[in-house]
Design a protein around this ligand. Sequence first.
Ligand SMILES: [Mg+2]
Length: 293
Amino acid sequence: MSCPVIYTDLDGTLLDHDTYGLDRAGPVLQAILARGIPVIPVTSKTQAEVQLLCQGLEINGPFVVENGAAIWVPQTWGLSRPTGSATAAGYWCHVLGKSRGYIRGLLAGLAGEWSGRFHALSDMSVRQVCAVTGLDEFSARRAQARHYSEALLWLGSATDRMGFVQATAELGLQVVEGGRFLHVLAGGGKGTAMRWLHQKICRDLYADAISIAAGDANNDLELLEAADHALVVRSPVHEPPKPHNHPKLYISRLEGPAGWAEGIQHIIKVIDQEKGHGRFLSERQHHYAAQSG
Ligand SMILES: [Mg+2]
């Protein structure tokens, strides 16, 4: 069965960059979920953060955490559990990245040369995390609970940051620039995780599922480029990312959650029209076939 599946970034896309609220996306999200269209968060946030958020938003399906280093799927959602995946609290977890301990081990080798120029989120006090992110204490602790990536606050110059990214790449690590942090991972990525999950959804649930990706920043480029439909949500704080030659790209006029609502409504309408058109064509073809027979 054909079904749209929405893969969405959270901060700055579905959620407001400053308040972390749904804003004007709320009613559209409710309508989308009521139609049975899966909304799958793909985010730099942790499992602890996203699971709680999903409960609040009544999103009951899978989610992708830590910039695509791990995928969490409810065991009752209808996807077969891959061998070797861990289970916890009614979910199974497919891990694409290496552990945070492995990443920290490699980063320790850079600490001398780049001393004083980055501060790992997990090394900060809860109070420091609150100050940097604007989160409350409980949310800050959940943000620190990383398993397959390390988030770094960059304190040096922009030129130094380029050198640091290069040095980490030489160690085989990936650096993704998020809204507030540099995220370091060793395997996975938002696009890689989305492709893996979407293939599984096509195989186990909806044979011709249509993927829609929504994002507001450069760390969403890989995600946007991997999807059938791409929604770039405008940001109040930076330029929109520019997916390369995407055939079905929509850039919102509005910013943040309001732009998410605008863009998702537009894309779902396009998909509904295409489906309607397809039905019309097949009915007409059927009619001609009946006449000629
Ligand atoms: Mg974002």
